[in-house]
Design a protein around this ligand. Structure first.
Ligand SMILES: [Zn+2]
Length: 162
């Protein structure tokens, strides 16, 4: 029997349910807006189960998700992720945000201003109707002091979303 693999937006290495559900819900809208996502096959994996460039070289461990457009990867850091206790909607928003970074990188449109780059990525979540989820996900990261140096910037990102 032939098995067909459709790598659409993601190559869902660890078969994460939230990733499959995100794709089922938002692929149509996202791939309309960003056609290059359709066949991008972004390798998405957790730092406990999967392995790739980010895990080897960029495991900074101050964020639940890390993306790298050059190697087309997203990694979820399980310790921080589990601490945050995101709802499904919040995690959808974060996935959209990470896709925003990957698209801007692939298009050579990454802002040199890191804060502006974060605002732009947040707008991808907002474009899917996930602005309030993005804001509450950021609030959880502030409350848990995941990356204290970024708390001020994260407060300003929330203000831009709500
Ligand atoms: Zn970001």
């Amino acid at each position: 029997m032939t098995k067909y693999f459709h790598f659409m937006i993601f190559n869902n290495i660890n078969e994460l349910k939230v990733v499959a559900d995100f794709e089922a819900n938002f692929c149509g809208q996202l791939c309309g807006e960003y056609p290059e996502l359709t066949d991008m096959g972004i390798r998405i994996y957790t730092d406990k189960q999967g392995t790739g460039f980010i895990k080897q070289w960029d495991n900074s461990n101050n964020s639940p998700y890390t993306s790298n457009h050059a190697v087309t990867e997203i990694m979820r850091s399980e310790d921080i992720y589990n601490k945050c206790g995101f709802t499904e909607g919040e995690e959808f928003a974060i996935l959209a945000h990470e896709l925003g970074h990957i698209v801007s990188g692939k298009r050579g449109q990454k802002s040199e201003n890191n804060f502006q780059e974060e605002l732009n990525a947040d707008q991808v979540a907002a474009s899917l109707g996930l602005a309030s989820y993005m804001a509450s996900a950021i609030q959880k990261m502030i409350d848990l002091n995941i990356n204290p140096a970024n708390n001020g910037e994260m407060e300003r990102r929330i203000s831009a979303l709500i």
